[in-house]
Design a protein around this ligand. Structure first.
Ligand code: NAI
Ligand code: OOG
Length: 357
């Protein structure tokens, strides 16, 4: 069999992005040759440091190389400022839109072990609209300043995100039927929203998602809905109840960081930004300035993001190898980074996982 060569863009960004993306590259390079996969890597720039050097947080070259040369990419994290800086705009938010990576898929899974609450869910977050259209303005009134933001929800985006959520639920069910142990009995998609208050925007998301999931091919998928605030409550009390969650952009972002706390650390939770035939693996965490430069960032979210990217590039066997090696490290629990209560450095965890691969 001729080897398939995948061209992967590497965008470390800022802070611990620079510490974890090299680990993602190394795990791809270390995959067994028997899988028939080869990789070529292209280093690409984006982020706050890039903005300071060039005046542009997302150089046009990065976008054009991703579009014209790459099969996929790994994105670390960027340090976006919390106060407006003229000319700066979050490069990852822009990339998702420019490449039409309409789904942000975030699996959250606990480690198997005695006394550990089993959690195995995927949060499927809409990735192109909602408040992330970033159409904001501030104006003066006699009572002081007022700021406004547009929350845009479209039928098209809501329908396609619910459709991919349904497909992911079916795919998970198929893996279970293949004999993988699971805490879930059948495929379930939970649609989350706040349409009791935002009846137009979240109302459109809710109705459209339910319509998409009513399609014939999803008849085996149970569909539930849950208002986002009580969803947080139930997520914390009964996380094992969730299989696939589909959410508008901002709720999906918030829910997935919350869910990360349930499985031990943001440093464990991966994501993939998925479009038609293209995927960017991206850890859910940010640039973690509080630990940057110490060599202690947990690389696992990035390693799992590399695997997730491979899954969406139809390389499930290669992805499974990475998941197994990571799970073996966590289940043994001897070499853990400080976010999980251990003392290991990033490099030690990477070495341990590479050895298991
Ligand atoms: N996709 C992206 O590029 C994202 C970027 N950010 C940016 O990151 C910066 C910092 O944001 P924060 O709110 O502090 O969120 P953060 O996710 O960077 O950090 C939150 C907490 O989790 C810890 N943490 C995160 N990843 C970890 C890892 N791999 N290993 C061990 N501990 C880890 C951090 O040390 C910190 O205590 C901001 O400038 C923000 O704009 C935030 C989220 C996503
Ligand atoms: O800080 C940034 O530039 C982007 C933060 C993005 C983020 O949290 C997300 O939506 O995944």
């Amino acid at each position: 069999m001729a080897a398939r060569t995948l061209k992967i863009g590497l965008i470390p960004g800022d802070g611990i992005g620079k510490e974890v993306i090299p680990a993602g590259k190394r795990i791809l390079e270390a995959l067994p040759a028997s899988l028939g996969l080869k990789f070529e890597f292209i280093d690409l720039k984006a982020g706050w440091e890039t903005f300071q050097e060039t005046g542009n947080a997302l150089p046009e070259e990065t976008v054009s190389i991703l579009k014209s040369e790459c099969d996929g990419a790994l994105f670390g994290a960027v340090s976006s400022p919390t106060t407006a800086v003229k000319g700066y705009s979050s490069p990852i938010v822009a990339l998702r839109k420019k490449l039409d990576l309409y789904a942000n898929v975030r699996p959250v899974k606990s480690v198997r072990g005695p006394g550990v609450k089993p959690i195995d869910m995927v949060i499927v977050r809409e990735n192109t609209e909602d408040l992330y259209v970033k159409e904001e303005k501030t104006y003066d009134t006699p009572e002081g300043k007022v700021a406004e933001a547009i929350k845009r929800i479209s039928q098209r985006a809501s329908s396609r995100i619910a459709t991919i959520a349904g497909e992911i639920a079916l795919r998970r069910q198929k893996i279970r039927e293949g004999g993988s142990p699971s805490i879930h009995k059948g495929p379930l998609v939970t649609v989350t929203h706040k349409s009791n208050v935002l009846s137009q925007t979240d109302g459109l998301f809710r109705v459209t998602a339910r319509e998409a999931l009513a399609a014939g091919r999803f008849t085996s998928v149970a569909v539930e809905e849950q208002i986002v605030d009580s969803m947080v409550y139930k997520l914390f009390r009964q996380p094992e109840a969730y299989d696939v969650i589909v959410a508008p952009n901002l709720y999906g972002d918030i829910l997935s960081d919350g869910a990360a706390a349930l499985v031990g650390s943001l440093g464990l939770v991966p994501s993939a930004n998925v479009g038609e035939g293209f995927a960017i693996g991206e850890p859910c965490h940010g640039s973690a300035p509080d630990i940057q430069g110490q060599g202690i960032a947990n690389p696992i979210a990035t390693l799992r993001s590399a695997a997730l990217m491979l899954e969406f590039l139809n390389e499930e066997a290669a992805a499974a190898k990475i998941y197994e090696a990571v799970d073996a490290n966590l289940e043994e629990g001897k070499l853990l980074n400080p976010d999980l209560g251990g003392k290991a450095k990033t490099e030690e965890v990477v070495q341990d996982i590479l050895r298991r691969l």
